[in-house]
Design a protein around this ligand. Structure first.
Ligand SMILES: Nc1ncnc2c1ncn2[C@@H]1O[C@H](COP(=O)(O)OP(=O)(O)OP(=O)(O)O)[C@@H](O)[C@H]1O
Ligand SMILES: [Mg+2]
Length: 506
């Protein structure tokens, strides 16, 4: 199956953006029925290549060959005419249109052939049917902006699937999905594969790639590094190909005795969310908070940070009782939150890196006027420390790759010099090399006396970095472990609610 003629060949593609060569003479071929994984560090050029194939941007040089014939893909519509379609890394839905309108945008089914009357009933039925395949039932008349990010992502996936693609491009599709949807998506990918659909799959998650990938192509700094069968390559080799060096320690953590209490949460309840939550974070500690997506971890973080109001409970910061009224207030108490949904809550996309970096720490930088030289220097420090790939500190954040945007949010919170952080999925979408750097940075922060509550869906990360771990299930904390008594299986079972008495679980 995998030795067939390629459906698409990319030859010598070059793409320049101001100040960066995003793709530098990249060639590869995609065969029908294969899951071809694209890997590489943040900013390596993966999304750029995906966008070229989807007709969103045009290459400066190079050739695309479709079934042996040289073609031009100038628009998404042209891509669609070749059966090429995909899901972007960033959301592309129209927020105020409803689910069905989004799925069938620009190709609404007509009531009578040739006449411009939309068959709304069919549109809604088919949308619902497509979503049902993934176990999702939503009112297709709802504007998508009211739906959660996971459901929005599935809508994007259904949107391309209903076009019946021959080449399906998925750019980090699982970043915002819950385990259940990931499972469904992977099953569906297998079905598509058996029908001969070629799939280009972009992800930073090695475990995923091992599950569904056939071949993997690695890019580094816009250059082609190599293509290898997934089964024949070790994780170490892949990492080496991506970052060009060996990484010896994924979790650089120096654990030490913890200091005084920084945060205490007691009996906290949020409407339709977490219930009776007790937890503590001390100085010098990284405290992991695990649970399935939907367990209430993000809701808890938002309540502590004053975005959503808790209805009951107590919160003390350094022994002082506080009742979270707004994020601004909690920032003054020394709390920082790295949010899960960064595009929405974390960044000003149309501002440069410099402005984003100081956005949460303005009070500290603003004396009589902003010293722009100082801010530039400060930003450059973060750019170096976090290895943010950008040609300059003044580049608008919207032009950075997804993972590098994530690092800018991180820099912004680091600059608040907070003592207490809530990190919600801090390394999501971040490449392996940068992950280690973020981990090292977290370690450094707690060495210097900070405390971190880390929400993560990646168990190895939690086990590798935390001093203590809380397990959350259906809004309640149902388990608490010291790192040396925690093991992946015990925690994994608890996350799924296995072994939880019904009374606790309800
Ligand atoms: N529209 C644009 N304008 C300017 N520069 C851009 C634009 N799009 C991408 N770039 C730059 O091109 C390079 C490659 O970006 P790309 O988004 O392809 O990376 P990526 O491999 O997808 O990274 P990530 O893992 O972070 O998503 C980056 O340096 C990025 O800043
Ligand atoms: Mg990308």
């Amino acid at each position: 199956m995998l030795d067939g003629e390629p459906i698409i060949q990319v030859k010598g593609i070059v793409k320049d953006f101001p100040g960066v060569r995003a793709l530098d003479n990249v060639s590869l071929d995609i065969r029908p029925g294969e899951v071809h994984v694209l890997m590489g560090e943040n900013g390596a050029g993966k999304s750029t290549l995906a966008k070229i194939l989807m007709g969103v941007i045009t290459p400066d040089a190079g050739e695309i060959i479709y079934k042996g014939k040289s073609i031009q893909i100038r628009t998404p519509l042209e891509a669609q005419s070749y059966g090429i379609g995909g899901v972007h890394q960033e959301f592309m839905l129209v927020p105020w249109l409803n689910v069905a309108q989004n799925i069938f945008i620009n190709r609404e089914p007509k009531r009578w052939k040739g006449l411009p009357f939309i068959d709304h009933r069919r549109m809604h039925e088919e949308s619902a049917k497509a979503l049902a395949k993934f176990g999702i039932s939503v009112d297709t008349r709802q504007p998508v902006k009211y739906l959660g990010t996971a459901v929005q992502q599935m809508i994007e996936i259904c949107k391309v699937l209903t076009t019946g693609p021959k080449v399906l491009i998925l750019d980090e599709p699982t970043a915002v999905l819950t385990e259940r949807e990931v499972e469904k998506l992977f099953q569906y990918i297998k079905v598509l594969q058996s029908q001969g659909v070629a799939i280009i799959y972009i992800s930073h998650r090695l475990a995923e790639i091992r599950r569904i990938g056939d071949r993997v192509t690695v890019l580094r700094d816009g250059k082609y590094v190599g293509t290898v069968p997934v089964r024949e390559v070790t994780d170490d080799t892949l990492v080496q190909m991506m970052v060009g060096r060996n990484i010896t320690q994924m979790y650089p953590r120096h654990r030490r005795a913890s200091g005084p209490e920084l945060l205490r949460v007691k009996g906290l309840c949020v409407k339709d969310g977490p219930q009776e939550v007790d937890l503590v974070v001390h100085e010098g500690e990284i405290v992991g908070l695990v649970g399935l997506v939907g367990a209430g971890r993000t809701e808890l973080a938002r309540a502590i940070f004053g975005i959503d109001r808790p209805v009951k409970g107590e919160i003390t910061v350094k022994g002082k009782p506080v009742w979270p009224k707004s994020p601004q207030q909690m920032i003054r108490y020394g709390l920082g939150l790295l949010p899960e949904d960064r595009k929405r809550y974390g960044l000003a996309l149309n501002m440069p890196v410099t402005k984003n970096v100081i956005m949460a720490s303005l009070r500290r930088h603003f004396r009589f006027m902003i010293d722009s030289q100082k801010i530039e220097k400060l930003s450059n420090n973060y750019i170096n420390e976090l290895r943010i790939a950008t040609p300059s500190a003044y580049r608008l954040v919207r032009y950075l790759s997804g993972g590098n945007q994530q690092k800018v949010v991180l820099a912004k919170w680091l600059d608040t010099e907070s003592k207490l952080f809530i990190f919600d999925e801090p390394t999501r979408g971040i490449d392996v090399g940068a992950k280690v750097e973020v981990h090292a940075l977290m370690d450094k922060l707690v060495q210097e006396g900070a405390g971190i509550l880390m929400i993560s869906s990646e168990l190895p990360e939690v086990l590798g970095m935390s001093d203590r771990i809380y397990v959350m299930f259906r809004g309640r904390i149902i388990g608490h472990f010291r790192y040396d008594e925690a093991d992946q299986e015990k925690i994994g079972a608890l996350m799924l609610g296995i072994g939880v008495k019904e009374a606790d679980a309800s």
